[in-house]
Design a protein around this ligand. Structure first.
Ligand code: ZN
Length: 220
């Protein structure tokens, strides 16, 4: 059996700013009033023969919405975003820092694609990647890499951004698109409900970027 919750009617919403780096129209910082629809499949069980209590599902969704609401969404594994102060500049001595500034300027002039940057970065800093509890894929940054930072600074081609950390939420994603956000929600809600002992088969989430368009992901 399946239960469904309509996000716009149930108040499962968040409003956030984001950028889709290098995209022709979405590459400019802008915002959406998102709402989140959820479907849960599973067997009916317990004292009330519920699939899962609506309240438990809504609490799970709301906790994620609350984390994202009124924040800038930063997908830390986007290949077009070059983060300053993360695994490249900080551990170099001052001479090397000067060199790396030159490198950075040159990089900007050339608008070098970030694959090149990440490759050189990886070889220069492989030790740190082992120290910071990263996943086995060392191309990927971890939220832990941004610990104790007051600002998030990054470059996308020739544009430089600096946001107070408290205005942002760092997401371990490649994009802050509706597609990736729906997957992010589905994974967290699925694990959360399982942890709370619910015997569910799947969680499907549609993250809507306003009325009329959204991305749907099913986790089972
Ligand atoms: Zn957008």
């Amino acid at each position: 059996m399946k239960i469904m919750i309509n996000g716009i009617n149930a108040g499962l919403r968040f409003s956030s700013a984001h950028i889709i780096p290098a995209h022709a129209s979405c590459g400019f910082i802008h915002g959406h009033s998102y709402f989140v629809d959820v479907e849960i499949e599973g067997n009916r069980s317990g004292d009330y023969d519920f699939v899962v209590d609506f309240k438990d599902v809504k609490n799970s969704v709301r906790s994620i919405c609350k984390k994202l609401d009124h924040r800038v969404l930063i997908p830390i594994n986007n290949k077009n975003m070059k983060f300053k102060g993360i695994n490249h500049f900080e551990e170099l001595d001052s001479d090397e820092k000067e060199e790396s500034k030159d490198y950075q300027d040159e990089d900007l002039d050339k608008s070098t694609d970030s694959e090149d940057y990440k490759d050189s970065d990886k070889s220069a800093d492989s030790d740190k990647s082992m120290d910071s509890n990263k996943s086995s894929n060392s191309d990927e940054l971890s939220v832990l890499d941004f610990c104790n930072k007051d600002y998030v600074e990054f470059i996308i081609k020739n544009k430089e951004y600096k946001f107070p950390m408290e205005d942002c939420v760092l997401l371990p994603l490649k994009h802050s698109s509706a597609e990736e956000l729906s997957q992010y929600f589905a994974n967290i809600i699925f694990e959360d409900l399982k942890e709370k002992g619910h015997e569910i088969d799947s969680v499907s989430v549609c993250v809507n970027e306003g009325i009329g368009q959204g991305a749907f992901c099913k986790k089972e």
